[in-house]
Design a protein around this ligand. Structure first.
Ligand SMILES: [Zn+2]
Length: 69
């Protein structure tokens, strides 16, 4: 999904895998925002769980269970 840094205004892309991971982490911690760092200015932007859900892949084809920390 595409998002925009509210500090420097740069648009950047969040990978699907990262969205899936973020949603899982948020659901576990009952959080409502995912912190994503701008690749340009390194400012931390908050993306709401609603936005992540909209950007998340709908299919269940990815059954990879890779746990990275
Ligand atoms: Zn930025």
């Amino acid at each position: 999904m595409q998002t925009r840094c509210y500090r420097c205004g740069r648009s950047f892309h969040i990978k699907k895998e990262e969205i899936v991971f973020a949603l899982e982490a948020l659901e576990e911690s009952e959080g409502i925002h995912y912190d994503v760092r701008c690749p340009s200015c390194r400012h931390t932007n908050r993306v709401s769980i609603d936005q992540l859900r909209k950007g998340a892949p709908r299919s269940e084809e990815s059954s990879e269970d890779s746990k990275q920390d």
